[in-house]
Design a protein around this ligand. Structure first.
Ligand code: G3H
Ligand code: 13P
Ligand code: ZN
Length: 309
């Protein structure tokens, strides 16, 4: 089974009112934990690689590890570039075997974002690769978005329609109140579902993408804090809000922070309890298992993607 694009995955997810998890990968243990969870759950799967991951592990290593995962699991997996910020990195990933790329032109003006996205779409589509773009900005907790500032930051529904029509992009990341990392909300977590409903009603049958969608599971925060870490005050997107988004046209939910927390919590605990251990396999094995269990839980109880192969 070769790597697949997200086209079929998204069509089925859209029709079935569930979302496919897109998990960030940086090394072998992360890939194995995620892929074993998908196999256990018989779930569709997107593995995504950021510019930082490519820099850390090198494109060729990640490519070969993902190819090994496909061969070992027999699963249809899509390999996606996360937050490509210029044409060159998208081209490099397309030429290097990825089946999906994100061109993130959200920091540019509307017109410049369209021009950049269009250029990537043309190059990608000629080569059978699909493209995700982003419109609107993912505000950080420090931005403390006030009601009157929402329109300037969150995705404008009418612009989303124009953007999709003019670029021919395959999916669109939207801003409705999520943000990257472990500190997403100061007070009560809230997403702009009214806006999401508007966007998805104006773009029927079109897959939307939610970035910054980690839940920051309390069990991992507690373990980190208990065993020498400090992620006090961390807060993510509650699982019920993610389930709600998956009913409203969101077909891809991006998760990285939850993987980092699960892995780090396990390693901190293991090393604190076994101070004499210095064989990386002794702490990476339970870390990989913790990550696998967390991903399986997401597929089954949050994304709704279990048994959808
Ligand atoms: O959205 C960002 C992802 O969590 C990737 O993070 O750039 O540190 O690899 P990174
Ligand atoms: P989190 O930081 O919430 O995991 O978001 C990851 C993401 O959006 C990757 O593109
Ligand atoms: Zn993101």
């Amino acid at each position: 089974m070769p790597l697949v694009t997200t086209k079929e995955m998204f069509k089925k997810a859209y029709e079935g009112n569930y979302a496919v998890g897109a998990f960030n990968v940086n090394n072998m243990e992360i890939i194995q934990g995620i892929v074993d969870a998908a196999k256990e759950e018989r779930s569709p799967l997107i593995l995504q690689v950021s510019a930082g991951a490519r820099k850390y592990a090198k494109h060729v290593y990640l490519m070969k590890l993902v190819e090994a995962a496909v061969e070992d699991s027999g699963l249809p997996i899509a390999l996606h570039l996360d937050h490509g910020d210029d044409f060159e990195i998208c081209k490099s990933c397309i030429d290097g075997g990825f089946t999906s790329v994100m061109i993130d032109g959200s920091k540019h003006s509307f017109e410049d974002n369209i021009a950049l996205t269009k250029r990537v779409v043309e190059y990608a589509h000629e080569r059978g690769v699909v493209v995700e773009a982003e419109l609107g900005k993912l505000a950080g907790v420090e931005d403390d978005v006030q009601v009157d500032a929402k329109d300037a930051i969150y995705t404008n529904p009418d612009q989303a329609v124009e953007f999709v029509e003019r670029t021919g992009v395959d999916s669109l990341a939207i801003a409705i109140g999520t943000s990257h990392g472990a500190y997403k909300f100061k007070g009560e977590p809230k997403l702009d579902f009214e806006r999401l409903e508007k966007i998805s009603s104006l773009l029927p049958n079109f897959p939307l993408v939610l970035h910054g969608a980690s839940t920051v599971l309390p069990e991992f925060v507690e373990l980190c804090n208990k065993y020498g870490g400090n992620v006090a005050g961390a807060q993510g997107v509650p699982e019920n809000l993610l389930r709600q988004a998956a009913q409203l046209g969101v077909c891809k939910i991006n998760i990285d922070t939850d993987l980092r927390l699960a892995m780090t919590a396990s390693i901190r605990k293991h090393l604190a309890e076994n101070p004499g251990d210095f064989d990386p396999r002794q702490y990476l094995k339970p870390a990989r298992e913790a990550l696998q269990a967390m991903v399986a839980h997401k597929m089954k109880n949050v994304l709704g993607s279990s048994n959808k192969l």
